[in-house]
Design a protein around this ligand. Structure first.
Ligand SMILES: Nc1nc2c(c(=O)[nH]1)N[C@H]1C(S)=C(S)[C@@H](COP(=O)(O)O)O[C@H]1N2
Ligand SMILES: [Mo]
Length: 312
């Protein structure tokens, strides 16, 4: 049994909305004119006080649904490298040092290159994207991410025509992370190239206006809002353009339960539970789960003609 369906976070653990709303303020400056390198270097690190990201614009892709409180977003996590209980990542991920940090973008590319994390800030204007994220376990959150489209990064390296898929490799340090082979480490995820280039696919550097807390995948993670949460790889160190569909950690662990596509689909049950409904963290009621997590209008075209029951 790999994933248990955990009891939801108790309402008492959730910070009242007014508390975190008070600390919200948007840095409006010279329209992102601050040099990314200087700015990133000046931000506090290693799980210390939160620090604001530079100016970012709201995105038309944002949902207007009520956001999940920051406290829940940062204490109810899946980051199995730091333990399998929901509270483990918040307790243990502070050990991870995220500076310096580089992301290698390699494989079938005309201009493969390693990017310093501060360079990512300069590739495209930062955006705030308020996305629903649906975990395969049956809960969901609404999180205001800050980041840039992954497409902006991929464009830099000029993918070759032979590149069909993108593999995401995440940080693994056995000195501070689980050695037990709960999953095959490092955690690997993958997308088809057109999914990776889709405008909704976000390379997130922050949430609620601050740099990412370690437990949420600092300093850089993926957010793919129409797929189950496990596709959104945390703490990415390499992005590989490849010809063949990558073997992902969850697919290796249980291929019949975690398919490559992993699109949110209420009609395809997980072998051990229905996926028809979900519980928004902080709520008691169940809501119906929407096809493609409600992003069908934007992404359904990617799967035209595919059998989504066979390609689960
Ligand atoms: N490296 C890594 N990335 C990961 C995971 C993980 O265990 N390791 N868990 C995934 C799962 S199952 C989910 S639901 C999301 C949770 O992201 P959040 O904690 O920021 O909400 O991260 C995904 N990314
Ligand atoms: Mo998940």
């Amino acid at each position: 049994m790999l994933i248990k369906r955990p009891a939801d976070i108790s309402p008492s653990e959730i910070t009242p909305r007014s508390l975190f709303e008070q600390r919200r303020h948007f840095l409006v400056g010279a329209g992102g004119a601050l040099a990314g390198a200087a700015l990133w270097a000046a931000l506090p690190r290693s799980g210390q006080a939160a620090s604001r990201l530079p100016a970012y614009a709201p995105s038309p892709f944002s949902t207007s649904e009520e956001k999940t409180p920051l406290k829940a977003v940062t204490t109810y996590n899946n980051f199995y490298e730091f333990g399998t209980d929901k509270s483990d990542p918040a307790e243990n991920a502070g050990k991870m040092s995220v500076q310096p940090w580089t992301v290698r973008v390699e494989g079938l590319a005309g201009k493969p290159r390693t990017f310093g994390i501060e360079e990512l800030l300069q590739l495209a204007p930062l955006e705030e994207r308020i996305y629903r994220l649906r975990c395969v376990e049956g809960w969901s959150m609404v999180i205001p991410w800050v980041g840039l489209p992954l497409a902006a990064l991929l464009k830099q390296v000029e993918p070759l025509g032979s590149a069909k898929y993108v593999e995401f490799v995440t940080h693994y340090d056995p000195a501070i992370m689980l050695r037990r082979p709960v999953l095959s480490w490092p955690y690997v995820e993958g997308l088809r190239l057109d999914e990776a280039q889709h405008p909704l696919t976000l390379l997130a550097l922050g949430l609620y206006g601050d740099v990412l807390p370690n437990q949420n995948g600092a300093p850089v993670r993926l957010v793919v809002p129409w797929k189950y949460g496990f596709k959104s790889a945390k703490s990415i160190v390499a992005i590989r353009l490849v010809e063949k569909q990558p073997r992902t950690s969850w697919n290796r662990a249980a291929a019949d339960e975690y398919g490559f596509y992993s699109n949110v689909n209420p009609e395809v049950a997980h072998p051990r539970w229905s996926q028809a409904t979900e519980r928004r963290i902080g709520e008691l009621r169940k809501r119906p789960t929407l096809m493609f997590n409600g992003y069908g209008e934007q992404v359904a075209g990617l799967y035209q003609g595919m059998d989504l029951k066979a390609n689960y």
